[in-house]
Design a protein around this ligand. Sequence first.
Ligand code: AMP
Length: 190
Amino acid sequence: MTIILFGPPGCGKGTQSALIAEKFKLKHISTGDILRAEMDMGTELGLSAKKYVNEGKLVPDDVIIEMLMKAVKSVDAGLNGVLLDGFPRTTAQAEALEEKLASTNNQTNVLIDLKVNDEELVTRMLLRGKTTGRADDNPETIKKRLQVYAEQTYPVKAFYQKLNKYVAVNGLGKIDDIFAQICAEIEKAI
Ligand code: AMP
């Protein structure tokens, strides 16, 4: 199984991914979490990614695709597949993923787009910045990340619409209600 949780920064991908991964026994792969861990450890990858992440820009496709392929390779026995959170963020990343899956006669089951308006996204990210100290959750970088989302990531929607794998879920409301809607969409797609 390959499930993609999609949507702008601050839409609740991380929160919902943890719940989905547990329920459907999937490996939760968050490219943002992997990058932050690499940055904390001061690895070569972390150091090269830092300037992009801190400026709210996308890390180059080749770096991210290699990182993702590595993470997808090692799925524990007993799990049903992967839940991708924060990937793909460009059409090139989506193409690389679907090519890789096609090589084993697979395809993403569904991409779920969590819809949240910009005003709410900014409110949530500013709050997260205050409570977690996440460096890119500051007003200037938030603005840049939303712009990058609209310009570089939004086209991924059309890519999955063409494959008939795109569904949208309202990301406003109670966490449990949103989770129930996401579960219903996953059940339909598997
Ligand atoms: P996130 O935690 O998903 O919001 O990601 C935080 C930051 O990591 C992003 O603003 C990007 O700089 C970088 N990043 C995460 N995932 C990707 C990706 N798939 N492609 C490029 N950059 C990424």
